[in-house]
Design a protein around this ligand. Structure first.
Ligand SMILES: [Zn+2]
Length: 112
């Protein structure tokens, strides 16, 4: 197997995991709304749903697994832990540092 074949096989596993988690969470969120759960919990599920939907959209576009900042392949180790990651580790570090500066009152582009 070539390196690319391995990568594609790994990505396929993640795609299925994301689709499955999305279906589960959609169902859970429907139940949450019926069960009168706390707003915080519902918001958290909705935020996760949005991330999963964005990941599904990137799968459709064929850009899943690529960093939205630099276009590099996101390491599989990172995606395995956090499949909805949109940035490689390097760009995520820069993004978080910029985010922290913006909390200190400096302006920064919101690229999310
Ligand atoms: Zn990057």
């Amino acid at each position: 197997m070539t390196l690319n074949t391995v990568r594609n096989a790994q990505i396929e596993v993640l795609k299925r995991a994301i689709a499955r988690r999305h279906a589960e969470l959609l169902e859970e969120t429907r139940e949450d709304v019926g069960r009168d759960l706390g707003q915080a919990e519902i918001s958290r599920d909705v935020r996760e749903l949005e991330k999963l939907e964005a990941a599904l959209a990137r799968i459709d576009e064929g850009t899943f697994g690529r960093c939205i900042e630099c276009g590099a392949e996101i390491a599989f180790k990172r995606l395995a832990v956090y499949p909805v990651a949109t940035r490689c580790a390097g760009c995520q570090g820069i993004y978080e540092r910029d985010l922290q500066s913006s909390w200190r009152g400096e302006t920064v582009e919101d690229s999310s």
